[in-house]
Design a protein around this ligand. Structure first.
Ligand code: C2E
Ligand code: CA
Ligand code: CA
Length: 526
């Protein structure tokens, strides 16, 4: 049985629900902060790759041309040529030609006389006939460290270009890398060629060429086209988090506002439910509920054959309250069971008090939520026994809402076995009615008021005609509810409806009035 959840549970739900926006905001913005730092780093590295590729391609073209034009030999023409090449591109410091013995014989600075032997460490690998990058190192002619871009020639010598290492990195000087972050240019044998930021002291072993994020850093790795140079960028996660936190201030304020709004909404709705729920509970203990009876008339005899029990709340301050205002709340809060048991008990007691056989039956509305309860059958059986009332004098009205659930079906057939008759209420307003009509053994079909209201003229309503016909085909008695006018009544009578209920005959009334109504009926001539 559903009971009113405790206030502390509710508080917990409210607190959890109101923290959800904050948690979601934190998670989303954390993800975004990492994502955008990674994108920023990747963009800088991509730009580095583009510039380095451009340098390597230009150097490659130039060195190939120098090797072809000079034949790798020193001459006045060769000197003019390489000097022009060297000064044409500001990225190149110097151009040199090394002969097959390994001597630097010509430089764009002048003829090297006597030639200088170039140490093996400053020479390219002759077996690879592509431009290779060495350094940065001090070369034989220059004091500053240079990168050597060198191409072995067919005559076994080599032609090379010297480049300031800053050429690779100077455009990165404004990079917003966090403390301890860096962008490093790594040569073929893992040696560091240059970079910006807090560069590591040792060789950088790049195991994965992928972008990765781990507990301490974001890392982006890219290679140049010929894989001579790998460019590695790292940002410490600590730095990203600090900025994320800093940027969150506005976000947190916003999400706190959302949380506050959500909390206010939840508290308001909880107060409404709990407030009225509390009043209903008090109403039940203070006997503020009353059952009214609305007669059901047999058009054949013009006599009252039964009545529908309709509950009302006699509120001490608000007066008589209609069930539509409180039944849904009793269903939400679990109070419906208590209220329904009270109604059942009251109807059985009233029925037993009425003059014997004054009415054949009284119908009771059963909320679908109640059909889950196992206690109901026992309760009804016991109450009938206490008041010695035959089960046939009770009729349960159910709607189509939850007929599909098997537990519902079992419960209904138990009531039938007890002798209680069943009516399908509000027929035509639900869906898949036919299936249920076939499956459950109903005795009555109550055609909803909305169909009766449509009978304005003698032509009536085709849907309603179909519903009536359907009821009769299945051997059910049809009760039309909400009959307000003589025209409606005449129409229904012609359509073969035998039982009617509505304000044309009587409104729902307290037991005393109903009893009087029955007596007046009995005094009418047959
Ligand atoms: P319902 O089962 O459709 O009950 C018929 C409603 O139509 C009643 O409203 C009745 O007063 C009203 N009515 C009858 N004849 C006429 C008429 O000629 N014209 C108009 N305009 N209305 C008419 P009421 O008493 O306000 O009940 C509203 C609903 O509350 C009921 O609809 C039923 O679903 C529910 N209800 C009432 N008592 C109980 C109860 O004890 N238990 C449960 N679970 N539900 C109940
Ligand atoms: Ca009803
Ligand atoms: Ca109804």
């Amino acid at each position: 049985m559903r009971r009113l959840p405790s206030f502390y549970w509710l508080l917990l739900v409210v607190l959890l629900a109101s923290f959800v926006p904050v948690v979601v905001l934190l998670a989303v913005s954390y993800y975004q902060a990492i994502q955008s730092s990674q994108e920023q780093l990747a963009a800088e590295i991509d730009q580095s790759v583009r510039r380095t590729n451009d340098l390597l391609t230009t150097a490659d073209t130039l060195l190939t041309r120098i090797a072809a034009d000079t034949g790798g030999q020193s001459s006045p023409e060769a000197f003019n040529l390489i000097r022009r090449y060297a000064y044409n591109d500001p990225r190149f410091r110097e151009v040199g030609i090394i002969d097959e013995r390994g001597f630097l014989v010509l430089s764009s600075l002048g003829v090297v006389n006597p030639p200088i032997l170039v140490p093996a460490a400053l020479r390219a690998n002759p077996s690879r006939r592509v431009t290779q990058v060495l350094g940065p190192v001090k070369t034989v002619l220059m004091k500053e460290n240079s990168l050597i871009l060198s191409l072995p020639t067919h005559g076994e010598g080599e032609v090379n270009l010297l480049v300031d290492p800053a050429v690779l990195t100077h455009f990165l000087d404004d990079s917003e890398l966090g403390p301890n972050g860096f962008i490093a240019f790594v040569g073929q044998d893992s040696h560091l060629m240059g970079g910006v930021g807090l560069l590591p002291d040792e060789r950088l072993d790049i195991t994965s060429a992928q972008t990765s994020i781990d507990r301490s850093k974001i890392q982006v790795v890219r290679s140049t086209r010929k894989h001579d140079i790998t460019i590695v960028g790292q940002i410490p996660l600590r730095w990203v988090l600090r900025y994320w936190w800093h940027d969150l201030t506005i976000g947190i304020l916003f999400s706190l506002l959302c949380s506050g709004f959500l909390m206010a909404l939840l508290i308001r709705s909880a107060r409404r439910t709990y407030g009225i729920g509390h009043d209903i509970r008090i109403g039940l203990t203070h006997h503020e509920f009353v059952v009214y009876y609305q007669p059901i008339i047999d058009l054949k005899t013009q006599r009252c054959v039964g009545a529908e029990a309709l509950v009302r709340w006699q509120h001490p301050n608000l007066g008589l309250i209609a069930p539509d205002a409180f039944i849904p709340i009793t269903e939400q809060t679990g109070l419906i069971q208590e209220l329904s048991e009270w109604v059942i008990q009251q109807v059985i007691q009233d029925q037993a008090e009425l003059q014997e056989d004054a009415v054949r039956y009284i119908s009771i509305n059963l909320s679908p939520t109640l059909l889950g309860s196992e206690d109901l059958l026992d309760y009804v059986t016991q109450t009938l026994a206490i008041h010695s009332l035959p089960a046939q004098r009770i009729l349960f009205e159910v709607t189509e809402t939850r007929l599909v659930e098997p537990v519902y079906a079992n419960r209904l057939s138990s009531f039938r076995q007890l002798g209680i008759r069943l009516a399908l209420d509000d027929f035509g307003t639900g869906y898949s009615s036919l299936r249920y009509l076939d499956k459950f053994e109903f005795d009555y079909l109550k055609i909803d008021r909305c169909f009766i209201q449509r009978i304005q003229t003698a032509e009536g309503s085709p849907i309603m005609d179909t519903l009536i016909e359907l009821g009769h085909t299945l051997g059910l008695e049809v009760i039309a509810e909400g009959v307000e006018t003589v025209e409606q009544c005449d129409y229904l009578q012609q359509a073969g409806v035998r039982y009617v209920q509505g304000w044309l005959f009587a409104k729902a009334m307290p037991l005393a009035d109903f009893s009087q109504f029955l007596q007046q009926q009995q005094s009418l001539p047959l």
